[in-house]
Design a protein around this ligand. Structure first.
Ligand SMILES: [Fe+2]
Length: 141
């Protein structure tokens, strides 16, 4: 399981390469964030369902499309994400994990509260060794 996490200020294209997983996704309705305090706020659920390959590439945006999401594998699976811009602690785009507290009287909404990286979650980085990625900055269409 990849626990609930966000993509601040980012656009993310996701492609389930194989397998199937359960996806839950929220967008902030109201978020409280100030330095020194954990981020918390009200999230509105925009996705709650099963994704099975083959399926279309999905996209989320900074304020819509389910910017805060979790994946639970239902079968061995792999998801290829293209993030732009990338996570950056220095530029105010950290990766934050959340706990969710459903609101019984408000179906489809939950309070989301920042949490530490779960102890049983292992995140490994690796250099990109594929073909060079070229961006044509002069081309606007
Ligand atoms: Fe994600």
């Amino acid at each position: 399981m990849l626990p609930l996490h966000d993509h601040p200020g980012m656009t993310v294209f996701s492609k389930l390469l194989y397998g199937s997983c359960y996806v839950k996704a929220y967008d902030w309705v109201k978020v409280e964030s100030s330095s020194g305090f954990p981020t918390f706020g009200l999230g509105g659920k925009v996705l709650d369902g099963i994704m099975s390959a083959p399926c279309e590439t999905s996209v989320l945006f900074p304020r819509s499309g389910g910017n805060i999401h979790s994946f639970t594998a239902l079968a061995p699976c792999a998801i290829l994400d293209v993030l732009t811009p990338p996570y950056s602690e220095d530029l105010g785009r950290p990766s934050t994990y959340f706990m969710e507290f459903p609101i019984p009287s408000l179906p489809g909404y939950a309070m989301l509260e920042e949490r530490d990286l779960p102890d049983d979650l292992v995140v490994e980085g690796a250099p990109y060794l594929g073909p060079p990625i070229e961006a044509d900055h002069d081309h606007h269409c």
